[in-house]
Ligand binder design. Structure first.
Ligand SMILES: Nc1ncnc2c1ncn2[C@@H]1O[C@H](COP(=O)(O)OP(=O)(O)O)[C@@H](O)[C@H]1O
Ligand code: SF4
Ligand SMILES: [Mg+2]
Length: 409
């Protein structure tokens, strides 16, 4: 993360308990609860964060790659029939994603709800089984790991969820929540040392020692997210996938939690994949941004470049919806309203998946050939046949007739 954030650094949240909404992705939270099934005394890995500083100078993390995702696919079968169950089709939630995340950087992943962000994050951590593709984490191919080796590798990759209330077990005290993961990975060495570690963990997320004996419902939304962060940190991960980490929080608390993440990254050398549907959230904390549409990336660039010169029509539309504080700029800039709903990922459009809503759609290629995510210079990648023509103004925008979208195949 570069130091583009934010307004406040106080450690205490000002929100009140129970204000957050529960509109969260609650899929498979249990699975992800620090995969604490069974203690493993042998797994006493002592690795810490990589210790490498984040790209605080504004550079984008160097070329030291921590995660490589190659052609990742996660397809969910659609089952029909009661007596004889059959697979009637697939939801192509993630359908061919290539990306790399460099050590110490924050990669922001954005796109509208349902485009596959959570599934990508979960696939990367093997919390959902990929249908195809490869995931290489710190030179190890984790896509083929199984059983105990997979479980151990999870220590280095942790997830923070959108809704801390549903991702924290209400029957467990904070102490038990934090110790669970440490124990599962053999990191709870002795009572004294563990206690000291717990206090240190709480302190690092701005919570007092007295929090240890409390239960999740006794905290405010922001404080609960701090507990979720402490739980992830407890096992000393290298990578944290933060799935909409502030979406369920009051606006006043969002910046505090984002600042905390940033501060922890700098101190511990963490690498982040931050998922958000809100471009404003991602902008402030990301070094690089990937924009997703219907299961794949349509554009990727450094945060500054993405905002200065978005090239994909979908990114242009997303950005045009974000208000700009400068009234002159606000008045002059192009507003692009997208017509039509996001098509179903069970029945994605042919060719360019955005062609049903694209105001620059052309008569050739767009509805027949799926554009590759290609480098248009300086690491800026775009999946559009006409990116350069649009940028140079050689083709212009037109009205889009909304198409009727069938719910599924
Ligand atoms: N376990 C699942 N089974 C079937 N479909 C799923 C499952 N999880 C997600 N989906 C579908 O996959 C698509 C992508 O979902 P998701 O990754 O949650 O998107 P996002 O996080 O961007 O909102 C959606 O259409 C969603 O309904
Ligand atoms: S390939 Fe065609 S439909 Fe797709 S974004 Fe580019 S111009 Fe639009
Ligand atoms: Mg999601």
């Amino acid at each position: 993360m570069t130091d583009k954030t934010a307004t406040t650094t106080e450690a205490t949240d000002t929100d009140t308990a129970g204000t957050d909404t529960a509109g969260a992705d609650t899929v498979g939270i249990d699975e992800a609860r620090n995969d604490a099934a069974g203690a493993d005394a042998a797994g006493a890995e002592t690795a810490t964060g990589t210790g490498e500083a984040g790209p605080g100078d504004g550079a984008v993390g160097g070329d030291d790659v921590l995660v490589t995702v190659e052609d990742l696919k996660v397809h969910f079968p659609i089952k029909r029939g009661i007596v004889l169950e059959r697979t009637a089709g697939y939801v192509y939630a993630v359908d061919g994603v290539d990306l790399t995340i460099r050590r110490g950087e924050t990669y922001g992943l954005v796109g509208e709800s349902g485009c596959g962000k959570t599934t990508l994050g979960r696939g990367l951590l093997r919390l959902v089984e990929p249908t195809g593709g490869r995931i290489v984490f710190d030179d190890t191919d984790v896509s083929t790991l199984k059983g105990e080796t997979l479980r151990k590798s999870r220590r280095r990759m942790q997830m923070i969820f959108q809704d801390p209330l549903s991702s924290l077990d209400p029957r467990q005290s904070v102490e038990s929540i934090l110790v669970e993961g440490m124990r599962a990975h053999g990191l709870d060495s002795g009572k004294e040392a563990t206690r000291a570690r717990l206090v240190e963990l709480l302190d690092s997320v701005g919570l007092p020692e007295s929090a240890l004996h409390k239960y999740p419902h006794e905290f405010s939304g922001g404080q609960r997210q701090r507990i979720g962060i402490a739980r992830a940190l407890a096992v000393e991960p290298d990578l944290i996938v933060a799935d909409e980490p502030v979406s369920a929080l009051d606006v006043s608390v969002q910046a505090q939690v984002l600042n905390l993440l940033e501060e922890l990254q700098q101190r511990l050398g963490l690498t982040y994949l931050v998922i958000a549907h809100d471009l404003a959230v991602v902008r402030h904390i990301s070094d690089r941004i990937g924009v997703m549409y219907l299961g794949s990336l349509v554009e990727e660039a450094s945060s500054d470049e993405m905002y200065a010169e978005p090239m994909h029509p979908y990114t242009k539309a997303l950005l045009s919806a974000v208000p700009v504080p400068d009234p002159t700029v606000e008045d002059e800039r192009e507003q692009i309203l997208l017509t039509g709903d996001l098509p179903s990922p069970a029945n994605p459009p042919t060719g360019c998946r955005f062609h049903t809503r694209c105001p620059w759609k052309q008569d050739t290629l767009c509805d027949t050939n799926r554009p590759e995510l290609r480098d248009v210079g300086g690491g800026h990648r775009v999946a559009c046949h006409y990116a350069e023509d649009i940028l140079a103004g050689r083709i212009s925008r037109h009205e889009v007739e909304p198409e009727l979208v069938h719910p599924d195949a």
